[in-house]
Ligand binder design. Structure first.
Ligand SMILES: Nc1ncnc2c1ncn2[C@@H]1O[C@H](COP(=O)(O)OP(=O)(O)OP(=O)(O)O)[C@@H](O)[C@H]1O
Ligand SMILES: [Mg+2]
Length: 271
C-alpha cells in the first residue's frame, strides 16, 4: 500500500499496519522501552517514508531520544521491532547515520575535528584504520559542506556547541548513509548555523535520503518537515504534517499546556 492509500485508510478510521518494504527507510512497530519500572516509550509505531524529512515532536522526557536509541540498539527494546530498508537494523546499520543530542557528548579528551569526521569513514578505513589522502579529502569535503572547512585541525573540545554540532553532521555525511537520525540538530545553534544545517538536510532529501530529526521548535515544523511523529511516551499521532500537525494533536502531545498565543503563531494546516 502506498503512502496516499495508507493516509486515506487512516482518515477513514481504519488501522493500517505500516508498510515494511526494502524501499521504506524505517518502520518501528510496537516499540516499548523501559529504563526501570516505568515505560519511557510505550507501544509506539512509526514510519519514515522514502525520501522524507520526519520530525519527532514531544515535550521533555517524552521518549524522543529513547526512540532513536532503541532503533540504533543503544538501549534495549522491551518489545517491538525495527526494520530498516526492509531488514533488521543489524543487517542495515551501515546505511544509517546518527547525530546524538549534543548534551550527551563529552569532548574532554583531545581529538581533532578532522579525526571526528574520519570516524564516519570507519567502514572504508578497514581494520587497520589507515587514512589515505582520499579519505582526508572526503572528510574535508564534508566539513566544507557544513561550513567548517577552516576548523579541520582544531581540537573538537575547543569549538562552540553550534560548531561541534556541525562537525557531528559532517561525520554523519561522511558515512554516506541512506537514513539519517538526528537528535535535536538545531538545539542551541544560531540562525546562520540553523540555515546551514537545514540546507544540508534538504540536500540529503533531494539526494533521495531519508532524514529523521528530534525537533523542538514547533514554529519551523511546517517549513522543514513533511512527516511528523507526535510522541508523549505513547504515539499521539503520526503522518504527513499537512494532516497530523494540528492544534488538537499538539495539545494532546503537550498535555494541553501549549498557550493559544503559541499555537496561533504556528503554521498549522487549515482545519
Ligand atoms: N539512561 C537512562 N536511565 C534512566 N532513565 C532514563 C535514561 N534515559 C532517559 N531516561 C528517562 O526516560 C524518559 C525519556 O527520556 P528521553 O531522553 O528519551 O526523553 P526526550 O523526549 O528525548 O527528552 P528531551 O526533550 O529532554 O531530550 C525520561 O523520563 C528520562 O528521564
Ligand atoms: Mg532527548
Amino acid at each position: 500500500m502506498n503512502a496516499a492509500a495508507v493516509e486515506l485508510a487512516a482518515r477513514n478510521g481504519r488501522v493500517v499496519a505500516p508498510a515494511v518494504s526494502a524501499e521504506t527507510p524505517l518502520v518501528v512497530q510496537g516499540l516499548t522501552v523501559s529504563y526501570g519500572q516505568k515505560a519511557a516509550v510505550f507501544s509506539v509505531d512509526a514510519t519514515a517514508p522514502p525520501e522524507s524529512m520526519v520530525a519527532i515532536i514531544g515535550p521533555n522526557g517524552a521518549g524522543k531520544s529513547t526512540v532513536l536509541k532503541a532503533v540504533l540498539g543503544i538501549v534495549p527494546r522491551l518489545s517491538g521491532s525495527v526494520t530498516v530498508f526492509g531488514a533488521p537494523f543489524a543487517d542495515a546499520r551501515h546505511r544509517v547515520a546518527y547525530v546524538p543530542q549534543r548534551a550527551s557528548v563529552d569532548w574532554d579528551f583531545p581529538t581533532r575535528v578532522i579525526d571526528v569526521v574520519l570516524m564516519g569513514l570507519y567502514r572504508q578505513l578497514g581494520l587497520l584504520g589507515l587514512v589515505r589522502r582520499a579519505h582526508r579529502e572526503t572528510a574535508l569535503a564534508c566539513l566544507e559542506r557544513v561550513g567548517m572547512g577552516d576548523f579541520a585541525d582544531r581540537q573538537i573540545g575547543q569549538l562552540s556547541g553550534g560548531q561541534q554540532q556541525r562537525v557531528f553532521l559532517a561525520r554523519a555525511l561522511a558515512q554516506d548513509a541512506d537514513l539519517y537520525l538526528l537528535d535535536e540538530p538545531f538545539a542551541g545553534v544560531d540562525a546562520a548555523t540553523e540555515k546551514a544545517i537545514i540546507d544540508v538536510l534538504k540536500s540529503l532529501k533531494a539526494d533521495r535520503r531519508a532524514v529523521v530529526c528530534v525537533h523542538h521548535d514547533l514554529a519551523t515544523v511546517a517549513d522543514y518537515f513533511d512527516h511528523v511523529l507526535l510522541l508523549n511516551v505513547r504515539k499521539i499521532a503520526e503522518g504527513p504534517v499537512a494532516t497530523c500537525f494540528t492544534e488538537e494533536t499538539l495539545q494532546k502531545t503537550y498535555g494541553g499546556r501549549l498557550a493559544t498565543a503559541h499555537i496561533d503563531q504556528l503554521k498549522l494546516p487549515a482545519a
